[in-house]
Design a protein around this ligand. Structure first.
Ligand SMILES: Cc1cc2nc3c(=O)[nH]c(=O)nc-3n(C[C@H](O)[C@H](O)[C@H](O)COP(=O)(O)OP(=O)(O)OC[C@H]3O[C@@H](n4cnc5c(N)ncnc54)[C@H](O)[C@@H]3O)c2cc1C
Length: 405
């Protein structure tokens, strides 16, 4: 049995821990936070991420906490520009809006029940590669592992220790988030967005059950330049409500009358790596390929990474538990190869799309004309939809990614 250390108990780390433990490997997770309840709001799980949760045997549990999202609608003023329906790709496809805390808790409980060793409040601070193995330095000591899985998110400092070409570029835009309870919102299955050019974007995502109140909730996201986040924070809820009232008065009223609103700020970055492994170290999730949340793919990509990594290990070990360094290195190299195209496509799409929705450039009209025209061209519409579903493999490959990879 090989011993894998995972840095980070986020979505990528927990999903990998579950899959590798089920393969009979020994897994230890080191998480820097003592009580890792994820902050944040809703996530949109795409059909690609749902297929991975199904592989993990957790889709049923996730569904119980989530809202089914049938379509995405976007309005520039009163003009409906975006109108994407999951069922147009495949009748039974849909998104699932879920609070991050629920998804995290479900993965966490599963890993814990499988007996994964969790070291909380004890982050991985560094590592050294030694004759095929890894010496892992954590906050309370060090240990030798057969493989290190770096899954510690966008700001990973462990990634910097790898001799790989890499880039970490923070986006100049961020977002304000709030989770709001409501039983009678008229769009319980639609992700609704309102735009003013590329400068303003306000969205409401059905998010299923609020983990704090157990009531039906929605995530409000309000995209803002990073330079103005502080000013908004200082203006507090009143400032936010006033500004939102100009765009979507019903949402401003809802926000103003909400008693249990937590408003949080999110910032994001674009991370690129030339490869995802070096010898016995592999990088997954946001640590490997963080992108703006514009395409709603981050959690889905983290789940796909974990699944592919487990498949590569299974393949290179032939299902045996006595794994040597060369098989682990081979599995990690295979992971890099297998994930490259899908990740490259989504990073490219994210870089193209983000300024169309979050920038000061006068490109909102271009985006609106493009999305409206695309709706009337079935071949183009299908490619939009496959991209949204997480099922595009590359620019030129027009087939849907096999849900089972
Ligand atoms: C505003 C916003 C909206 C989003 N919307 C969507 C969406 O709709 N759909 C979607 O799929 N994705 C979305 N995402 C992205 C999604 O949340 C992330 O892609 C996903 O959580 C990445 O998972 P991860 O496991 O790679 O990293 P994380 O979830 O960030 O987990 C990393 C973990 O590592 C820990 N850690 C950090 N350093 C160390 C260390 N040195 N040692 C040990 N532990 C460490 C952290 O405490 C954390 O627990 C959104 C993100 C943002 C910011």
């Amino acid at each position: 049995m090989a011993h894998f250390v995972i840095a980070g108990a986020g979505i990528a780390g927990l999903a990998s821990a579950i899959l590798l433990t089920r393969q009979g490997q020994k897994v230890s997770i080191f998480e820097q936070v003592a009580d890792p309840i994820p902050v944040g709001a809703g996530l949109l799980l795409q059909p690609s991420g749902q297929a991975m949760l199904d592989n993990l045997g957790l889709l049923g549990e996730v569904r119980e906490k989530a809202a089914v999202v049938h379509s995405l609608e976007g309005y520039s003023g009163s003009w409906k520009t975006l109108d994407l329906h999951y069922a147009s790709v495949q009748q039974d496809w849909h998104g699932l809006g879920i609070h991050r805390a629920h998804l995290h808790q479900i993965l966490w409980n599963c890993a814990r029940d499988l007996g994964v060793t969790m070291h909380l409040g004890n982050g991985v601070s560094d590592f050294e590669l030694h004759s095929g193995q890894v010496l892992v330095h954590h906050q309370l000591g060090e240990l030798v592992a057969d493989g290190l899985i770096v899954a510690n998110g966008t700001r990973s400092s462990l990634r910097d220790r790898l001799q790989l070409k890499q880039r970490h570029r923070p986006y100049p835009w961020g977002a304000y988030w709030a989770v709001l309870d409501k039983e009678d919102w008229p769009f319980p299955h639609i992700l609704m967005q309102r735009y003013r050019g590329a400068r303003v974007m306000l969205g409401i995502l059905p998010t299923g059950l609020n983990p704090l109140t157990q009531k039906t909730c929605y995530s409000l996201f309000w995209s803002l330049p990073k330079s103005s986040l502080d000013a908004y924070q200082q203006a507090g809820m009143v400032g936010l409500v006033t500004r939102i009232a100009e765009i979507w008065p019903e949402v401003a009223d809802w926000l103003a009358n909400s008693t249990q609103t937590t408003v949080a700020v999110a910032e994001y970055a674009d991370v690129r790596l030339s490869s995802y492994h070096q010898q016995a170290v592999v990088v997954l999730g946001d640590a490997a390929h963080a992108m703006s949340p514009q395409l709603g793919q981050g959690a889905n990509m983290a789940l796909i990474d974990a699944t592919v990594l487990a498949q590569c290990l299974e393949q290179s070990t032939g299902g045996r538990h006595d794994v040597g360094p060369s098989q682990i290195h081979e599995a990690f190299a295979q992971f890099s190869t297998r994930r490259r195209r899908h990740i490259a496509y989504y990073q490219m799409a994210s870089r193209i799309m983000t300024p169309l929705y979050q920038s000061h450039y006068p490109v909102g009209w271009l985006r609106d004309i493009g999305t409206v025209a695309g709706r009337h061209l079935p071949a183009v519409y299908r490619q939009y939809m496959l991209t949204l579903c997480g099922a595009k493999q590359s620019v030129w490959d027009l087939r849907a990614l096999n849900a089972n990879l």
